[in-house]
Every structure is written in C-alpha cells, then in structure tokens.
Design a protein around this ligand. Structure first.
Ligand SMILES: *[C@@H]1O[C@H](CO)[C@@H](O)[C@H](O)[C@H]1NC(C)=O
Ligand SMILES: *[C@@H]1O[C@H](CO)[C@@H](O)[C@H](O)[C@H]1NC(C)=O
Ligand SMILES: *[C@@H]1O[C@H](CO)[C@@H](O)[C@H](O)[C@H]1NC(C)=O
Ligand SMILES: *[C@@H]1O[C@H](CO)[C@@H](O)[C@H](O)[C@H]1NC(C)=O
Ligand SMILES: *[C@@H]1O[C@H](CO)[C@@H](O)[C@H](O)[C@H]1NC(C)=O
Ligand SMILES: *[C@@H]1O[C@H](CO)[C@@H](O)[C@H](O)[C@H]1NC(C)=O
Ligand SMILES: *[C@@H]1O[C@H](CO)[C@@H](O)[C@H](O)[C@H]1NC(C)=O
Ligand SMILES: *[C@@H]1O[C@H](CO)[C@@H](O)[C@H](O)[C@H]1NC(C)=O
Ligand SMILES: *[C@@H]1O[C@H](CO)[C@@H](O)[C@H](O)[C@H]1NC(C)=O
Ligand SMILES: *[C@@H]1O[C@H](CO)[C@@H](O)[C@H](O)[C@H]1NC(C)=O
Ligand SMILES: *[C@@H]1O[C@H](CO)[C@@H](O)[C@H](O)[C@H]1NC(C)=O
Length: 771
C-alpha cells in the first residue's frame, strides 16, 4: 500500500517535471477517438494494398501515451497472431506513417504520386526481425502552399483527394491547409451583408486562380465561379475535412484577411479600407483589391461572422487557422505600432470565435525589402506566444528564421518549397534538405517545431519530397549515408522480378550527385519559354552526369520494366532532350549572328524535330498528359457553356497565366506535357522560325513587338482560348521502345556538345513585383 502510494507520488512528480520542461505551450491536438482512428488507418492500408487479404494482418493500436513530449511515436513488431504485424502509434497519422515505414524499409515497396511499387503478397506479410521504434524529431509535419491548391489540386475530385490524404498520412503529415470550399462560405456571408450576386461574380476569380484570390492579389481573373462550382467545392471540403480528422490530421481553416469586393468601400463608407497593389501588372480591373484595416472595428465584425460561419458550416473547430495579409504587397503604413496592431486585430477575430486559436502564418511576406528586423519584430509582438506558428517557406534556400532571431520567441516550421508553378523539370538539393532542419533545430532549439513541404505544385521530383519528409525522423545524412540512401530509394522504387540492375543504382547515384545536389532552383527550359533571340538558361550541375545517368537507365531498361521505372525513364529522356534543344538553339543563334540563312534553317529543322520527339516520348506515359489536366477540369462542367470556361481556366493557367502576354507570370506554370509541346510550345517556335527566316531573307532586323503579337495571335491565343479539342487521356506508343529509338538517334551527338555550368542567379530573384 505504502509502496504503491510512493510510486504514485514519484509518478506525479515525473509528470509535473516533464510538463515544466515542455515550455508551457499547450498546442491543441486533433480530436480523435482511437476506435474510429484505427479503422481509418486500416482502410488506408486496404486501399494502398488494393484490398489484399494481407491488409487485414496489420493490427493497429492507437495509444496517445506513447508520445514523447507531445511528439509522435510509432512501433512496429510481430503481431499477436502468426503472420500479423502490430503497429502501435501515438496518433492515426503516426500509424499510417508506421505503415509506410514498413512498406519502405521492411517490404522494399513505395507509394508515390506517380504510382506505387507494392511487394506485399496477397496472403503474407514480411515479419519484423527486430522491433522498430521511431520518435518524431518535432511536433509537426506540414503540407501545402496556398498555390498547391491551384496548381495541382484545383480540379481534384474526392477519390483523388483521398489518395493525397493517404500519401500525406503515410509521410507523417499532421498539419495541412483546408481551404477548399471557402468561397462558398464567403459568398453566403457577403450576400447576407448586402452584396448582390453580380458584385460577387465580379470578385471571385476562376477556379484555376483561387490561390491568388485568397491571398488578395487577384480578383475576377478568369471568373466568375458558378453556383455548381460552389456546391461541389463545399461538399468536397466536408469530405476532405472528415477524412483528415478521421485519421488524426489537423485541418487548418481560413480566416478573414480583410479583402472584400471592389464595391465594399462605397457600401461601407465609414469603414477604413486600403487597396492592395497592382499585382504583377494585372491592372486594377483584376487586382488592387480593397481590404479592411484590421484595426477597424468593422474588421472584427466581418471577420467573426465569416469565421463563425466557417466553423458552423464545416462543423469543425480544429483550433488552427490560416491568414496571410500583405502577401506580395506592401503595408500601407510602416509605423511600428500600427504594424503590431494589424496582427492584434487579426488574432482577435480568431480568439473571439475560438479562445484556443492558433494562427498559422506564412513568413513569405518577409522576403520583401519592406520587412526590416524592427518591423517584423513589432508585427509579431502582439500575437501571444504559443498562438502563432510561422511557416518558414523556402527554408532550403533562403531561411528567414535566422534573419529574425527565430521569429522573436514564436514557433515555426522548417519547409522545403522546392517547386514553383508545378514546373516538372529535374532539380533539387538533397544536401540542403538533409542539413537544413537540423541546422534550424540547432539555431532555434525547441522553437523550431516541424518539418514541412510548401511546394507550389506536386507531381514532379518525387525523390525530393520523400527525402524532405524523412528529415522529420532521421538525423542529417553525410555524403556516404546519402549514397546509401539513394540505393535504397532505387530498390524500393524499382525492385520486383527481376532484381534491380546495378546500372539503375549507379544512375541514381549520379543524379543525386549532380541534378539533385546543389541545384536548388534549376532553371526554366528554353524549350518551354517564349521564343526570342539570345535566350539564356542556367546550368547548375555537370550535364555529363545527366547524360551518363540516361545511358545507364536506358541500359537498365533491357532488364527492368516496371511502371515507376518507365515514368523515370520518360522523365529523364525529356530532360536530356531539353538540354539538346538548348544546345541546338545556341547553334541556331550563332548562325543567326552570322546572317547564315542556311545554318539558321538547318538548326530550326533540328529544333522542330526535337520538339516532336519530346512530344512523342511524353505521349507514351500517362503522367505527362495535358489531357489528364483538362479531363479533371471538365469534371466540373455541367453545361455546354461551362465546358469552354473550364477549358479556358485549365489552359490559361499553364500557358500565359495572366490577362495579357506582356505580364511577368507568362509561362510561369509551364509543363513538359504531351499536348502542351505539340499544341503550344512548338506552335510558338514555328512562328519564331518564320519571323527569323523572313528577317534574314528580307534583310531587316526583327521587330520584337511584332514577334510578340504574332506569337500571341497565331500560337498562344488559339491554344488557351479557341481550341477545345479533346486531348487524349490514354497513352500512345511504348515508352521503352521510344526511348531506345531516341537514345540511338541522339546519344552520339552529345559527344560533341560542351555544356558549361553557368549560374547567372546571384540571389533569389522575385517572380513578383512588390511595390
Ligand atoms: C487477394 O485477396 C482478396 C481478398 O481475399 C481477393 O478478393 C483477391 O482476389 C485476391 N487477389 C489475388 C490476386 O489473389
Ligand atoms: C498507455 O495507455 C494504455 C491504454 O491505451 C494503457 O494500457 C497503458 O498502461 C498506458 N501506459 C502507460 C505507461 O501509461
Ligand atoms: C517475428 O516473427 C518471425 C517469423 O515468425 C521470427 O523469425 C522473428 O524472430 C520474429 N521477430 C521478433 C522480434 O520476435
Ligand atoms: C476522379 O478523378 C480521377 C483522376 O484524378 C479520375 O480518374 C476519376 O475517374 C474521377 N472520378 C470520378 C468519379 O469522376
Ligand atoms: C476595365 O474594365 C472596364 C469596365 O469593364 C473596361 O472598360 C476597361 O477597358 C477595363 N480596363 C482594362 C485595362 O482592361
Ligand atoms: C458535427 O460534429 C459532431 C461531432 O464532432 C457530430 O456529432 C455531429 O453529428 C455533427 N453535426 C452535423 C450536422 O454533421
Ligand atoms: C456564432 O453564430 C451563432 C449563431 O449562428 C451565435 O449564436 C454565436 O454567438 C456566434 N458566435 C460568435 C462568436 O459570434
Ligand atoms: C544550401 O547549399 C549551399 C551549397 O550548395 C550552401 O551554400 C547554402 O548555405 C545552403 N543553404 C541552406 C539554407 O542550407
Ligand atoms: C548541430 O549541432 C551539432 C552539435 O553542435 C553539430 O554536431 C551538428 O553538425 C549541427 N548540425 C547542423 C546541420 O548544423
Ligand atoms: C550572338 O550575338 C550576341 C550579341 O551580338 C551575343 O551576345 C551572343 O553571344 C552571340 N551568340 C552566339 C551564339 O554566338
Ligand atoms: C496588352 O499589352 C499590350 C502591350 O503592352 C497593350 O498594348 C495592350 O493594350 C494590352 N492588352 C490588354 C487587354 O491589357
């Protein structure tokens, strides 16, 4: 009796101490019931294993008390019955994470955006030779950039969302934006406030541009949103949130930023409004939105009503809220006290509705020169510590935490941004990604609370995302360990029957030490850029490594023929072709410099041929089809008229983006996709060659305005505006045969090519204008 009392006392003491160490911040946890969470995890496993019988051999045990200082923990061991596997985990997400760990490190399998390589048989699981226990390094794993939901997810239905949520959970993601459907709610509340629908139709952008609408950069562009869109998105939002909460993921809900329809200032004359800047030159018909001053009492009224409605309609209080004012725009007043009061106003809305509110804010705005240390410090000063999480957005390249003393006592998540615009060329920096999170922990101690991914678009460079999220449980890898990791990556990705040839392993080690070594930004391909004279393209690695990797993978294709291998083979082949294009383009320019009409024509013919070969190889793989993007968009078209609307939205985003070809965002979201090459990029090159050859024949210089207009009228406009042809969603030809043909055709020509590494980029150049 006395002994057990003593034990109890000691236990309490220990508990008390660990609380004191844990910095007094109590972060809200997802609300879950272990029973429904286990079911959500089992369902996920069944989906990933295609309903194999063996899926039922996983025993799931959710035990919140497994966690260490609030951090997720999972354990894997043999289960209680022969042939079963026991997953014990602190949360549902940790259990799904454990399952993926099992897939990767016990079953040599993998699960990606592009597909999966599952090596678990229908009837048996691999046993665990030694129990495994993994403790997360930090509290959170984050997913998402506002742009991800436009560049990648905008046209997803629930079955595609389900797959993504599975992927997220399997990679440990426990915190994620849930902004889908917010326009439905805003539309409802603004109608109630007296705005007629016509004014709201003049406000919302088209579906493909909602990210920038949400951030207050754009209005109206490619809009309006239809009632059927609103309905579909709201239904989808409920399904997404349900699935996220079932598995223990925290959805981060949108809150009021202040942006309102352009008629708001005249409807509410006593409220204080400012205007956002003319973003990237869109002009004030589509930019320059009015926004309510967060220090104005009316901001509280509108903000509370919107948030209350959001929580009510979604039937959810996750306690985490997203809000980004001043994204790529300069505050109207630089006074320190004012900047502090702005955020006091924003957090007050959240706290009125939900006293436990945590604000999740991107630190992206701080990249603008406006944000000096004293301004940032003041801006963050009136948000209570423990109620704000900053997303350091591009930490692998330009981390902000080190510039601002770890955000002055607040907490932040280290994120790899990696990709802009959903571009799908090959690039990344494994070195920066493995060292970055630990460097942040070293610098900021327990104020660094997570690792995340903030890509603008997915479906590219899968290696970077798998690797980044592994940094949330491993220690940084040195050079030798990194090479071993690459071998494991290839094994999981390709292994099957027969085994993976060493040429494939060596190919990926070469890529890891070139394309993926210190190639943080890559560079935009000339092939996909608007044709012009003297275009430049950076090269940040030794192209010879890429060419050799290509040769090795082509060689490996004699021995392996799996789905993910084919994807990679096509991916690298198109990459080699774009460098070939660059090199021939240089010869083309050099012939032009010498007014060599014959040389120009010859090189132009070769460039045309490379374009058609690129189209050919991309068309052979389902992951490189414009047709898929269009098909997904057209799911939402319920009328004849809206077919044109969704076509236009989908194609405008991946082509000229803006309302005029003179704007900077031109081709920002370019894609190596079959359909884009043939019907967009190649069409432009034909016009360009014509203009160049005409100018040489007629002996007059090229009029760049005229060139611009011709490109627009003859190639670009027809693509995004007029053409509503059906792009195939099925593939043509056999990738491996096509790649072999292209290899035979091109590989010798690379012997004579010398690619100099050159980087003109001194510092990160902003894609946007800040004024
Ligand atoms: C695997 O098991 C499931 C469930 O028992 C069964 O429906 C399916 O036919 C099996 N598939 C194969 C390939 O044996
Ligand atoms: C953790 O919780 C489980 C029930 O979920 C309980 O059986 C176990 O004893 C607890 N362990 C500790 C160390 O408190
Ligand atoms: C798990 O089961 C396998 C096969 O039954 C056995 O060889 C292995 O030793 C077991 N692992 C542990 C940790 O007991
Ligand atoms: C959902 O989208 C996927 C592609 O992302 C498509 O294959 C599937 O057919 C769609 N499902 C429905 C019910 O439309
Ligand atoms: C802005 O919209 C008005 C009214 O629709 C139109 O007359 C004007 O031409 C537009 N301006 C630009 C620059 O597009
Ligand atoms: C709202 O959620 C609660 C549980 O969180 C549930 O019991 C209730 O049925 C839900 N209400 C509606 C209308 O879906
Ligand atoms: C939210 O709305 C409900 C009615 O829909 C109301 O009862 C409640 O007071 C509102 N909460 C706040 C904080 O305004
Ligand atoms: C990224 O790597 C480069 C070297 O390639 C290094 O100079 C730079 O400091 C690294 N940046 C970060 C944020 O780790
Ligand atoms: C973090 O600090 C440890 C201990 O000082 C050091 O050994 C390690 O190299 C640092 N890691 C990084 C990535 O800076
Ligand atoms: C062509 O001439 C321009 C300027 O006259 C020069 O910058 C460029 O390097 C030359 N290009 C080639 C490929 O010779
Ligand atoms: C597009 O830009 C051109 C050139 O700057 C300009 O002349 C034209 O008026 C612009 N068109 C629109 C619709 O803004």
């Amino acid at each position: 009796m006395i002994r057990s009392l003593l034990l109890c006392f000691v236990g309490l003491l220990a508990l008390h101490q660990s609380n004191a160490i844990a910095n007094d911040i109590i972060w809200p946890k997802p609300i879950v019931s272990p029973a429904s969470t286990s079911k959500a995890v089992s369902d996920l496993i069944s989906r990933v294993l295609d309903d194999a019988l063996s899926a039922s051999f996983f025993q799931i045990s959710i035990k919140a008390n497994l966690s260490v200082n609030g951090k997720d923990v999972f354990e894997l061991s043999n289960g209680s019955t022969p042939g079963s596997i026991l997953i014990s985990a602190s949360t549902g997400v940790a259990a799904a994470w454990a399952f993926n760990y099992y897939l990767k490190y016990i079953a040599d399998s993998s699960f990606y955006w592009s597909g999966k390589n599952i090596r678990i048989s229908n009837r048996t699981l691999f046993p665990i030779s030694k129990p495994i226990r993994i403790v997360a390094n930090d509290l959170y794993r984050w997913y998402g950039n506002p742009c991800t939901f436009s560049y990648s997810a905008v046209f997803w239905n629930f079955s595609r969302w389900e797959k993504e949520i599975d992927w997220m959970a399997m990679n440990g993601i426990n915190l994620v934006y849930a902004t889908t459907g917010m326009e439905y709610i805003y539309n409802k509340v603004f109608l109630r406030m007296g705005f007629p629908q016509s004014e709201l139709d003049d406000y919302f952008t088209g579906p493909a541009f909602l990210a920038w609408f949400r951030m207050g950069n754009l209005q109206k562009h490619a809009g309006p949103l239809s009632n059927s869109w609103h309905q579909s998105q709201f239904q989808l939002a409920k399904q997404i949130i349900q699935r996220m909460t079932d598995i223990g993921m925290i959805p981060v809900l949108p809150t009021f930023t202040g942006f309102m329809p352009r008629t708001a200032p005249s409807r509410f004359p006593s409220a204080k409004f400012y205007y956002s800047s003319d973003w990237v030159g869109f002009g004030c018909n589509e930019s320059c939105l009015p926004y309510l001053d967060p220090t104005d009492p009316f901001f509280q009224k509108v903000g509370v009503e919107l948030l209350n409605e959001t929580i009510t309609l979604l039937n959810l209080t996750s306690h985490y809220y997203a809000c980004d004012l001043f994204n790529e725009m300069t505050p109207p007043i630089s006074d320190l006290e004012y900047l502090a009061d702005v955020n006091a106003g924003i957090i007050q809305v959240m706290q009125t509705v939900d006293p436990n509110a945590i604000w999740v804010m991107q630190a992206w705005l701080f990249l603008s020169n406006f944000w000096t240390a004293d301004r940032v410090k003041s801006y963050l000063s009136k948000v209570p510590i423990g109620h704000l999480i900053l997303l350091d957005l591009f930490s692998e390249a330009i981390p902000q935490y080190s510039r601002f003393e770890s955000f002055y006592g607040h907490y932040y998540i280290w994120n790899m941004l990696h990709d802009f615009g959903g571009n799908n060329f090959l690039f990344g920096s494994l070195v920066n990604v493995t060292n970055g999170p630990q460097a942040a922990r070293n610098f900021s101690g327990d104020h660094m609370i997570g690792v995340g991914i903030t890509m603008e678009g997915i479906n590219q460079n899968e290696i970077m995302y798998e690797f980044a999220l592994e940094q949330s449980w491993r220690s940084p890898l040195n050079e030798i360990e990194l090479n071993d990791w690459l071998v494991g990556f290839v094994m999981r990705r390709y292994i099957g029957d027969p085994q993976v040839p060493s040429s494939a392993l060596y190919a990926w080690q070469l890529l890891g030490n070139s394309v993926y070594q210190k190639n943080l930004y890559g560079d935009r391909s000339i092939m996909l850029s608007r044709p012009g004279l003297y275009r430049e393209q950076d090269i940040n690695f030794d192209i010879k490594s890429l060419l050799l990797a290509w040769e090795l993978l082509v060689d490996a294709s004699n021995e392996i023929d799996s789905d993910l291998f084919r994807y990679d083979l096509v991916d690298i082949t198109k990459e080699v072709l774009q460098y070939k294009f660059l090199s021939v383009y240089t010869q083309f320019m050099s012939a032009y410099n010498q007014s060599d009409l014959y040389g120009v024509s010859t090189q132009a013919a070769i460039l045309v041929d490379i374009l058609s070969d690129t189209e050919l190889v991309l068309a052979s793989d389902r992951r490189f089809l414009l047709g898929n993007w269009i098909r997904d968009a057209l799911q939402f078209a319920k009328t004849e008229e809206s077919i044109h609307f969704y076509n236009f939205n989908a194609k405008l985003q991946v082509s000229i983006w803006g309302n005029n070809y003179t704007l900077d965002l031109y081709d920002y979201a370019n894609k190596f996709w079959s359909g884009m090459i043939q019907n967009y990029y190649a069409q432009r090159w034909y016009v360009f060659f014509d203009v160049v050859i005409q100018s040489l024949i007629q002996g007059h210089p090229i009029d760049s305005n005229l060139l611009g207009e011709r490109l627009f009228l003859e190639a670009e406009l027809p693509f995004f505006m007029l053409d509503i042809k059906n792009y195939p969603t099925n593939t043509q030809g056999d990738s491996i045969m096509i790649v072999h043909q292209l290899f035979n055709k091109y590989h010798l020509s690379f012997n004579d090519i010398y690619f100099k590494e050159k980087s003109t980029r001194k510092t990160f150049s902003f894609k946007y204008h800040f004024d």
